[in-house]
Design a protein around this ligand. Structure first.
Ligand SMILES: [Zn+2]
Length: 179
């Protein structure tokens, strides 16, 4: 178990307790003394994702990470945020205890988390995942964010970084991708 702060492999367990279907361990890094928590549980042998066209494909965290990284490209997110997000979704998926999960369920989980993390990444992910038909669809999503207080509940009011000009450029590139 690597320390999330310094990457060292050496840590000691300072507290351990059973929670639901797993064990939570509080650890302290022997190198930098930082404390962190790990969660351990038994995973079912495999999990399949059911795509829109009913095709099945084994769940791949790598693929999930690629999609999230793309949406978060060049966004000012603290190191490790994207990996934690993917870990979190993976744990939740396996925690559902199902053999098959709809791809839309996974998409919704990503959207929900990105929304609380970074609005630009959220809109980017939504534009691919929800397949916005045009700029009106995208504007609607942005308007919803604004009306639900997006500008004030994230530090720096990130939506102000997306002036109309940029929004139009985004829509143009999105249209190009669809052609
Ligand atoms: Zn450390």
């Amino acid at each position: 178990m690597k320390c999330p702060y310094c990457g060292s492999d050496d840590s000691k367990v300072i507290d351990s307790r059973d929670v639901n279907d797993g064990v939570r361990r509080r650890r302290q890094c022997l190198n930098c003394s930082s404390r962190f928590t790990t969660y351990e549980r038994v995973l079912p042998s495999s999990l399949f994702v059911v795509k829109k066209d009913e095709r099945r494909e084994e769940f791949s965290k790598e693929k999930l990470l690629i999609g999230i990284r793309k949406a978060c490209e060049k966004r000012p997110l603290p190191a490790g945020t994207i990996d934690r997000l993917a870990d979190d979704i993976e744990a939740e998926l396996y925690g559902l205890g199902k053999a098959e999960i709809a791809s839309s369920t996974i998409g919704d989980m990503v959207m929900e988390r990105l929304r609380g993390l970074d609005y630009i990444a959220y809109i980017r992910f939504a534009s691919v995942y929800r397949d916005f038909a045009d700029i009106t669809d995208m504007k609607q999503e942005v308007d919803t964010l604004i009306s639900t207080g997006a500008e004030t509940d994230q530090p720096g009011g990130q939506l102000s970084l997306l002036p109309n000009e940029k929004l139009r450029a985004l829509a143009r590139s999105h249209r190009r991708r669809r052609e």
